[in-house]
Design a protein around this ligand. Structure first.
Ligand code: NAD
Length: 492
């Protein structure tokens, strides 16, 4: 315990332990040894953080000119860029994600803060062409209040920026709960908030698990919950919000379909399919994990894809040569192993990978795995695994491909590979998903809305409209007449 890095939480601009001094440890997925410990926030700590955020909201942040709030956001972006190497390294140690990816993300995520900084003073009200004489009616957009942000263990900088940046731009304050699995990147982010002198209480970061999450999402002063995580947890979040009637936005899991038509540019399709399912070892909510190949090219395309997947280099996440790092936890490995085993029992044919790699006996390395499935009701083809497992099925016609793509409870992302623009447009319109990639995959941008439908949640993050999700409309009626109202009992 002694040589563990000891982190604190960031509440009201101060570095604090849990009031009851409880702590938990985070493992380094590269060797599964604890490397850091974190305060385990109690309900009392959460209450303290929410009150700090409320005081910051009431006492200045919400009234600050938007252009001044934007300056803070720009300063956060600058700090992210300056500290990208350090932030990337910490995230890699804590989550097992490749350094080249975490470092890039920390740099690029600065753009999200810049983007919302530039929007902060452009959200305008309206004058309503009202149907009543003598009335002047306007709408204005006001901040909501204290926002609870709940983050999973992957892509924390990205998922935090899409909540914090628009929330702060519009004058809200935030209490953010890190995942209990890899909290360090967000505590490191809090150090940057301190560095730029963000007014105290504007963002508070608590670390903890379900108890902390429950206390936060049921707290009476929380006005909105911005949640990213699993679909089952989301059901708890909605139940919790019955306590405080907070607004809720949900970014949840996925089982995203990818369709390859026989006229696709095959080299491009293969590289993008690999990026979509094997990037970040498949531990991505938009992983393209169900692949449908047109029967006319099925055998030859699959052969090429398998050959490409077999070249993927497993390795330590800090090594720049590595292409896939370890899984983040034992429970990830167990979920994958269980689903692969049941799929094989039900007739699935493993074309590559399919069992834990012997690369290390300390970490859970799982190779790029491709399984042919006769139908997409086999476990690996139906369930979100959050791992490097691609289930492959055959289709004949465009109609069949659309039907199969839509036959899953999730609706987050999707991919289409074809050189026929008419077909690409038809299929993209018919697919039930929040995101469609055509002849590409796995891109994000602050300008592009991100989010799903069906069991993948609701509400969009990023993009121009999401800033309005952190406001409420106020309607103001002004009587311009100089005559007193004649009959108070008559509705006008
Ligand atoms: P999770 O649902 O287990 O946990 C997410 C967060 O919710 C954690 O901070 C956790 O502590 C908290 N939590 C758990 N129970 C809670 C409760 N009862 N009340 C309040 N908070 C509670 O998810 P995870 O395993 O950390 O992350 C993986 C999941 O997240 C996958 O399903 C993945 O697809 C999804 N995800 C979605 C997106 C997206 O943008 N759509 C992005 C990344 C991950």
């Amino acid at each position: 315990m002694n040589n563990l890095k000891e982190y604190k939480m960031y509440i009201n601009g101060e570095w604090v332990d849990a009031e009851n001094n409880r702590r938990f440890e985070s493992l380094n997925p590269e060797n599964n040894r604890p490397w850091a410990s974190f305060p385990e926030a109690s309900a009392k700590d959460v209450d303290h953080a929410v009150h700090a955020a409320k005081a910051a909201f009431d006492n200045g942040w919400s009234q600050l000119p938007a252009s001044e709030r934007a300056n803070y956001l720009r300063a956060i972006g600058d700090q992210l860029k300056e500290n990208a190497a350090h932030l990337g390294e910490i995230e890699t140690i804590d989550s097992g994600k490749l350094l080249k990816e975490t470092k890039f993300q920390a740099t690029y995520i600065a753009e999200y803060y810049y983007y919302y900084a530039s929007l902060a003073d452009k959200v305008e009200g309206t004058v309503i062409p009202i149907d009543k004489p003598d009335m002047h009616v306007t709408t204005t957009r006001e901040p909501i209040g204290v926002i609870a942000a709940i983050i999973p263990w992957n892509s924390q900088q990205f998922l935090t920026s899409t909540k914090i940046a628009p929330a702060l731009a519009m004058g809200n304050t935030v209490v953010l709960k890190t995942s209990e699995l890899s909290p360090a990147p967000l505590i490191e982010l809090a150090k940057l908030f301190e560095k730029i002198n963000l007014p105290k209480g504007v963002v508070n970061i608590v670390s903890g698990g379900i108890e902390c999450g429950h206390a936060l999402t049921t707290h009476p002063l929380i006005e909105k919950i911005a949640f990213t995580g699993g679909t089952e947890t989301a059901r708890h979040i909605i139940r919790n919000s019955a306590e405080n009637l907070a607004e809720v936005s949900l970014e949840l899991g996925g089982k995203s379909p990818v369709i390859v038509f026989d006229d696709a540019q095959q080299d491009n399709a293969i590289n993008n399919i690999v990026a979509g399912i094997f990037g970040a070892s498949g531990q991505s909510c938009i992983a393209g994990s169900r692949l449908y190949i047109q029967s006319t090219i099925y055998d030859s395309f699959l052969e090429q894809l398998v050959a490409r997947a077999e070249t993927i280099k497993l390795g330590p996440p800090l090594d720049p040569e590595s292409q896939m790092g370890p899984l983040s936890s034992l429970s990830q490995l167990e979920t994958i192993e269980d689903n692969v085993k049941r799929t094989i029992e039900q007739g699935g044919i493993v074309r590559c990978g399919g069992s834990r790699s012997s690369f290390s006996n300390e970490a859970y390395y799982y190779p790029a795995t491709i399984i042919e499935c006769e139908n997409h009701n086999l476990p690996t083809a139906e369930n979100e695994l959050f791992g490097p497992v691609l289930s492959v099925m055959k289709f004949d016609s465009e109609e069949e491909a659309i039907r199969l793509a839509n036959d899953n409870k999730y609706g987050l992302s999707s991919g289409i590979y074809t050189e026929n623009i008419g077909r690409a447009t038809r299929v993209s319109k018919a697919i039930q998903a929040g995101i469609v990639f055509i002849n590409t995959y796995r891109l994000i941008s602050p300008l592009a809305p991100f989010g799903g439908i069906k069991d993948s949640g609701f509400g969009k993050e990023a993009g121009i409209d999401s800033i309005k999700d952190y406001t409420r409309v106020k309607t103001t009626w002004l009587n311009t007449s100089n005559k007193p109202v004649d009959d108070p009992f008559k509705i006008r």
